[in-house]
Design a protein around this ligand. Structure first.
Ligand SMILES: [Zn+2]
Length: 109
């Protein structure tokens, strides 16, 4: 890995984007519910969708933090399962990948 700095920048940018998305979702949750029952029901459905979005964002934040830790520890780019180097193309597509393609079972996540 010769471009750790670039990877770190990419991860930090993504982290900032996700953090502001989570902030936006959470400030949306702070809105008082409508008095009208039908609208309340619609609001709740919307909240469930937002909840799923927030959870997805939080999960990705976790993955990015873990990748940053691996960068700090100098183990970034190595499979956490078998220890082999993760293909650069895989890291290009998925910078938070912690497993080589063989260990990840070919899943693109
Ligand atoms: Zn592996």
């Amino acid at each position: 890995m010769t471009d750790d700095h670039q990877v770190r920048e990419r991860l930090n940018e993504r982290l900032a984007a996700l953090a502001s998305r989570v902030d936006a979702i959470e400030s949306d949750f702070g809105q008082p519910l409508d008095d009208d029952f039908a609208e309340q029901a619609a609001d709740r459905e919307g909240e469930e969708a937002m909840d799923a979005l927030e959870n997805a964002a939080l999960a990705e934040i976790d993955q990015i933090r873990a990748a940053l830790h691996r960068l700090d520890a100098g183990s970034y780019g190595n499979c956490v399962t078998c220890g082999n180097a993760i293909a650069p193309r895989r890291l290009e597509v998925q910078p938070t990948a912690s497993q080589c393609i063989a260990c990840a079972g070919g899943s693109t996540n």
